[in-house]
Every structure is written in C-alpha cells, then in structure tokens.
Design a protein. Sequence first.
Length: 230
Amino acid sequence: MIECIVENEKDAIAAEKLGAIRLELVSAIQLGGLTPSLGIIKRTMENLQIPVQIMVRPHNYGFNYDAFDKEAMMEDINLLYDLGYYRIVVGALDQNRKIDTNFLDYIFKEFPLLNVTFHRAFDEVEDQMEAYRTLVSYRDNIKRVLTSGGAESCLAGAINLRNLVQLQHELNGPVIMPGNGMKLENIKELHNTVQADEYHFGSGVRKHLSYEEGFDKKVIEGIKHILSDR
C-alpha cells in the first residue's frame, strides 16, 4: 500500500495514474499540511477513483487545540460530512501530551461514519505505546496512524516503528503507517526492519524531492517493485 501526499486535483490525478492506492489531500505542505480549500477538495474528489483522506488541521503551531480551534475543525468536518466525504486526517493532544480523548469522543459521536488517519501529532506524545493503546479503542473510526516512530525520520525511528507494528498485530488495532523521510534509496532497508503494511510518501516520490515539481514515475515504480518483492 502506497499513499501519497497531494495538494490539488492535478497532483491527485497524476498520483492515481502512477499507481498510488490512497491519497492524503492537504494545503500548505511547507507547514506540515493544513486543511485544503473547499474548492480544491471538491475538484479533487470529483475526479478521483481511489480513496482520498482530507486533512483537517487549522494551523501549524502545535496539536493542543483550544475551544475556538476545535469548533473550527468541527465546522470543517461537518462540511465534508454533508458532502459525503467521510475520510479525514486529524489528531489532537491534551496539555499532558496524551491523546485528546475528549475531542475524539466528541468527533465520533457527532460523525460516526468517519474513516480517520490519526496524523503525526502521534509523534509528539510522551509515550507512543501507551498512546497507541488509547487509539485502539477508537479503531471503528481510526483506521491508521501516521508516524515516524517519534523520530525526525522513519529511518531514525525504525525500531520504534517495528515495535508499533508488532503491537498493531497483537491488538488488531489501527494500521501503523510510516511516513517522513522515505524515498527509493531507503525504503528497502526500512521495510526490512519495520514490515509495515502501508507507507506514506511525500517529497520522496517527487522530482528533485520538491513539491514544486511533479511525481517521479521511475521512483514510484521502483518503490512499488521493492515492496511487492518483500
């Protein structure tokens, strides 16, 4: 399973043609990804056949959201929900760097059909194994967790990622999806260690590792070949 980050309809169509299985739609990738505009969302969703997870993140300064942030996020989710777009990317922590379960309870009570990727707020928690166990209780809605294993890159966090994947299988919980710093040159080493079922790619599958340029067909084909041989 290869998931790619896209920022618009053009990006999304190209990624689908190159064999991405699922997409994450964001704006402002230079800020780590924020909620895209409704226009971009609608244009993208109307022209794609593969699943698209839509980022719901109001700003890039932390994952401990105040009441104003949360109401804005709920408004965004409500707009998507009304349009029949149930796949989102979201995450929130409390003041103690633990999963904000109160907010998750609120979201899933109001929007029970959501299919969620819990994003890299997970890399800011105090204890990832404890945090994962917390997320297991939300597995009806939280289907995957995007993480670099709490490190600056997936290679640096490979051992933690492997431990999380093992816990995933033990608890039958949300899929651990490594993301950050992955590219053709290191995916074989990473997968040999981590053995994840899904991987999330950003600039690593772009020409010259730049979001300003298109996808690198040879790189994506190379990654797919490596993962299909494992």
